[in-house]
Design a protein around this ligand. Structure first.
Ligand SMILES: [Fe+2]
Ligand SMILES: [Fe+2]
Length: 187
């Protein structure tokens, strides 16, 4: 499992999060399915917008495929419980982060989008680890979320390795104060 200290998260998820998940695991599953679907959409949108960069096309194709597979798996878990996964709703956490994306040039915008995406992946990895350690999961769900934790941590590594080191440091600096006060959604 990834060492949480090595993730660029300025504030740990509060204990109230896992308590809320345990109280309403079905609600968590539905929200989680939506998050995976949004992650796939986001990768596809970057792929379409920056198709002149082969490395972006390759990275985003892999990412979109994996996120869509995650969505299918979580959707199946939700359906098996008789739950319905509705349409996407606004994600205030993601929208607040995206406000910090600079739009001076398409390339700067891309770099900042990669950093924001990396951060979202890092938060997912952190939360799945909390879920594995504290969530009272069945053995099947324990295996499933352990695999997802590894996958999201891998996405974080790939995305945070994409921008240049300079851009990465600059963007983390800009986001630092925000990360301390922003409240992420369910996943
Ligand atoms: Fe995912
Ligand atoms: Fe991911």
């Amino acid at each position: 499992m990834i060492d949480l200290e090595r993730l660029p998260l300025k504030a740990a998820t509060p204990p109230a999060w896992i308590e809320a998940v345990k109280r309403d695991f079905n609600g968590f599953l539905v929200d989680h399915a939506c998050c995976e679907r949004k992650a796939a959409s986001s990768a596809l949108s970057l792929l379409a917008r920056y198709s002149k960069y082969p490395v972006i096309v390759e990275t985003m194709t892999t990412l979109a495929r994996e996120e869509l597979e995650h969505f299918a798996q979580v959707f199946r878990l939700a359906s098996d419980r008789g739950l319905q996964v509705g349409p996407d709703e606004k994600d205030h956490y993601v929208n607040a982060l995206l406000k910090f994306v600079r739009t001076d040039t398409p390339e700067i915008r891309l770099l900042d989008r990669l950093v924001v995406s990396a951060l979202i992946e890092a938060r997912s990895a952190e939360r799945f680890r909390i879920l594995i350690e504290d969530g009272d999961l069945s053995p099947d769900l324990q295996t499933f979320y352990s695999a997802l934790h590894r996958s999201e941590a891998g996405h974080y590594r790939v995305l945070s390795a994409s921008p240049s080191a300079y851009s990465l440091v600059k963007m983390w600096q800009r986001l630092s104060p925000v990360l301390q006060r922003l409240k992420p959604g369910s996943c």
